[in-house]
Design a protein around this ligand. Sequence first.
Ligand code: NAD
Ligand code: LMR
Length: 344
Amino acid sequence: MFSRALKPVASVAAQNGAKNFSTTSQKNFKVAVAGAAGGIGQPLALLLKQNPLVTRLALYDLAPVTPGVAVDLSHMDTPAKVTGHKGPEELAEAIKGADLVVIPAGVPRKPGMTRDDLFNTNASIVRDLAKCVAQNSPKAIMAIITNPVNSMVPIASEVLKKAGCYDPNRILGVTTLDVVRAAAFIGEINGVDPRSVSIPVIGGHSGVTIIPVLSQSQPAVKLTSQDQIKALTGRIQEAGTEVVKAKAGGGSATLSMAFAGARLAGAVLRGLKGESNVVECAYIKSDITESPYFANPVVLGKNGVEKNLGFGTLNAYEKELLKAAIPELLKNIKVGEEFVKNSK
Ligand code: NAD
Ligand code: LMR
């Protein structure tokens, strides 16, 4: 179901160096990373520098090391031209002309914190970055990694609405890490290559809002009792906390997030390029449930989200999970929307 599992003819041909029949599709994209010097930003930039669709990679951060990160990456013998941009006065230059802006800027959790505890610091960071996107590259796709994702996507959306350039198909909350984790854990349980596992994770990106739809896993999860299913569901929901605890005050997931972020970014670019059947889960504006933003598989195309695929049939347990997720999502979304309403 997901983009990795699908090998459309055009992409296989391109990989084999065969003639590509689409002569009009764009293959040169500018990607900007905001928060590029951080724990996620640096390995994400490393992975994006290796993507042949990326011809310009703009790294933006407040940290003084940012231009150095760009110089470091620029010595890699891959086509993307890397530029470094440090501090607010250099932000517009980083964003100008970007096709995709990936945002991992902001503080991560420490043990004992929830993602919502990050709101007060991260809300204004995402708001200001979204303002800059509205002013300098209003057609760019925004992929928001910064937590709490459930609230950050509404914040960016409200900012773009205020600026008069809102397109719901161009703002994605990055939930790919939940999908990656679910596949990793199922691969381990089933004793198969996790890359062969396809599993939708729907809802949002925090605690009870993370809903792995284990009944739709391909191949089927080799678990027999409901207790085992509950334990696996709980592990996927709390996997971020597992990393936060293991890092013991040193931050949250960075490397697996960079991997997941590069996968989502790659899928967005393949969609922009015109490849068909590019499917990933993402947290987007939605009318599939009572929650106005919701994550589930979507088709990515030339204008961002091309089609919302919904989530199909849930079993009784998954319906209960969905019921528990909705009030939390509504609360998270309201907090984000109110923040922008009350901002200058
Ligand atoms: P980090 O502290 O290592 O890096 C964050 C970077 O953002 C720093 O380099 C900092 O200088 C930069 N920054 C801060 N304010 C900025 C601004 N206004 N403009 C540009 N850059 C700014 O943190 P990290 O581990 O990379 O995590 C970043 C965010 O990603 C956190 O909010 C974390 O919770 C979130 N996260 C989300 C997921 C997910 O699945 N969506 C997974 C892991 C982490
Ligand atoms: C994750 O899922 O790893 C991220 O959201 C970071 C966190 O705080 O758990």
